[in-house]
Design a binder for this molecule. Structure first.
Ligand SMILES: NC(=O)c1ccc[n+]([C@@H]2O[C@H](COP(=O)([O-])OP(=O)(O)OC[C@H]3O[C@@H](n4cnc5c(N)ncnc54)[C@H](O)[C@@H]3O)[C@@H](O)[C@H]2O)c1
Length: 481
């Protein structure tokens, strides 16, 4: 494609952005009828091919942006997008098929169906922590549902943005998919336009900004947000298995994962053994000393100085307020390195217990009565994910049934993201709506109701309301109401 598929931060202005939007709007109106399943699948094939061709570029970009290990890039940036495409292609026919809506006696003599239709021109705003996955993953659903899309990647991972632009330029014409780079001001300019749907992934604070802007145009939104995802380790947990899953979920991507276990509640009876196990697991995976952890290629870095300072301040604030640093705490600004850090003796006045940690810090809180843990979780905003570790099914069941969260992982962390048949999303503060598979397809579709007259007798209830019509209406209300 020779047409320009991106606007660099330096040159983007309201006029460029409006022109990009208008081009998609015009094309969308023309394309509407022709963008059938075959055409959508062809576009998805182009995207898959471009992602595969650019795999090395994606890996190099994520390494340059935050030293993300190549294997993690393959598993958490590339694989989810390719899996989403494969799954979508397989099921698209059944998702697109109009679904018959059975008539009831009250609408006897009519025929009806629900038909998913493309919403139109969509905006995808992505965060930096899984920059490729969270830009191109929603794009798969947008195209599958027959939409065009403008993607605004995060300004914090410029190398990943470059790779996304290259992929999009190779795969699509800009009247179908276009990338517009830029910071919050570009994002705000985009948000002022009357998009047909906005799919935003980012923090709850900016989610509110997005929803407020969307309200001005009555644009529908999917908000994939964050927050603190608690983990409960029960008295009968398999301690080694719990430690293994928690260390992976917490320290992969350097804790910069929306569904990372934020903090852990561990039952007092097993607390000492659990802490030993977590320490041993960190040593096994990343090395026993900060030097070893710095040297391993498997440990990612904090994305930028602002976040490095934020994470370091979280540790210092906890230390100053009396927390005990069980392990880690070392930081090296020159590399934006923070060692895997375990903190105990925490209290509610510490920043680590108030804000989403989004870094390699794991507070460990001992408990005796799980009811108090459940009360505490229910007193805060609803989490994006909640994890429970215990061999007893009833222990997990009571946590699941007495709390509200986007998702629950039992004896695992994070991998529910990869399940294509599960909705991925939060609830209230952690998000609105869902992504992935059919849920993603629905997020980008309008479910249009179509009803046809066949042998209906509804006209017998129309005015003028003679005695006969009045009696008929009374019978309808009495018998069918
Ligand atoms: N639920 C999920 O799927 C998911 C996935 C990844 C990250 N997250 C969440 O995202 C957050 C981290 O990502 P982040 O730091 O990139 O989030 P962020 O909210 O700061 O930024 C997200 C996007 O919004 C844009 N933006 C920033 N300020 C804006 C403003 N004032 N107006 C309009 N747009 C603005 C950014 O340029 C970026 O593209 C965490 O809270 C994390 O939990 C959620």
């Amino acid at each position: 494609m020779n047409q320009v598929a991106s606007i660099s931060t330096g040159t983007s202005n309201a006029g460029d952005i409006r022109a990009a939007f208008d081009a998609q709007l015009r094309a969308q109106l023309v394309r509407r009828a022709d963008f059938d399943r075959k055409a959508r699948v062809a576009q998805l094939d182009r995207l898959a091919a471009a992602v595969k061709r650019n795999q090395d570029k994606i890996i190099a970009a994520c390494a340059a942006d935050f030293r993300k290990p190549a294997e993690e890039v393959k598993l958490t940036e590339i694989f989810p997008v390719l899996q989403e495409i494969r799954h979508t292609k397989h099921y698209l026919k059944s998702w697109m098929r109009p679904k018959r809506a059975r008539a009831t006696l009250g609408v006897f003599g009519t025929k009806a169906h629900v038909r998913p239709e493309a919403k139109g021109v969509c905006l995808i705003i992505a965060p930096w922590n899984y920059p490729v996955n969270l830009s191109l993953g929603p794009l798969v659903s947008a195209i599958a549902a027959g939409n065009s899309a403008i993607i605004k990647p995060s300004e914090m991972t410029p190398n990943a943005s470059r790779a996304i632009i290259d992929i999009v330029e190779e795969a699509f014409t800009p009247d179908l998919v276009k990338v517009i780079e830029g910071d919050a001001s570009v994002s705000q300019e985009l948000l002022s336009l009357p998009f047909d749907h906005i799919f935003f992934t980012g923090s709850p604070a900016i989610g509110k900004v997005v929803m407020e802007a969307a309200a001005k145009n009555l644009t529908s939104v999917t908000l994939e947000l964050g927050g603190k995802s608690p983990t409960i380790v029960g008295p009968n947990a398999n301690i080694k298995k719990a430690a293994r899953n928690i260390v992976w979920g917490k320290f992969a991507n350097n804790g910069q994962t929306c569904i990372a276990p934020d903090h852990v509640y561990v039952h007092r009876d097993i607390a000492a053994a659990f802490k030993d196990s977590i320490r041993a697991e960190i040593g096994r995976v990343y090395g026993k000393t900060p030097e070893a952890q710095k040297a391993t290629p498997d440990y990612c870095r904090i994305v930028n100085e602002r976040h490095f300072d934020r994470v370091r301040n979280l540790i210092e604030d906890a230390r100053a307020k009396g927390a005990s640093i069980l392990q880690g705490g070392q930081a090296d600004a020159s590399q934006k390195f923070v060692a895997p850090t375990l903190i105990s003796e925490v209290s509610d006045d510490m920043e680590i217990m108030r804000e989403e940690l989004f870094g390699p810090i794991l507070p460990i809180i001992e408990y005796v009565d799980v009811d108090k843990v459940i009360d505490k979780i229910n007193a805060g905003p609803k989490p994006l994910a909640l994890y429970v570790f215990d061999k007893s099914k009833s222990f997990a069941d009571q946590v699941i049934s007495r709390t509200s969260s986007g998702a629950v992982g039992v004896n695992l962390t994070v991998v529910h993201f990869l399940h294509p048949n599960l909705p991925f999303g939060g609830v209230n503060n952690s998000g609105i709506g869902a992504a992935h598979g059919e849920y993603g397809f629905k997020a980008f579709s309008h479910e249009k109701a179509v009803m046809e007259e066949k042998h209906s007798i509804t006209h017998m209830l129309f005015p003028p309301y003679t005695g006969f019509v009045r009696r008929l209406i009374n019978i309808v209300v009495r018998v069918l109401g």
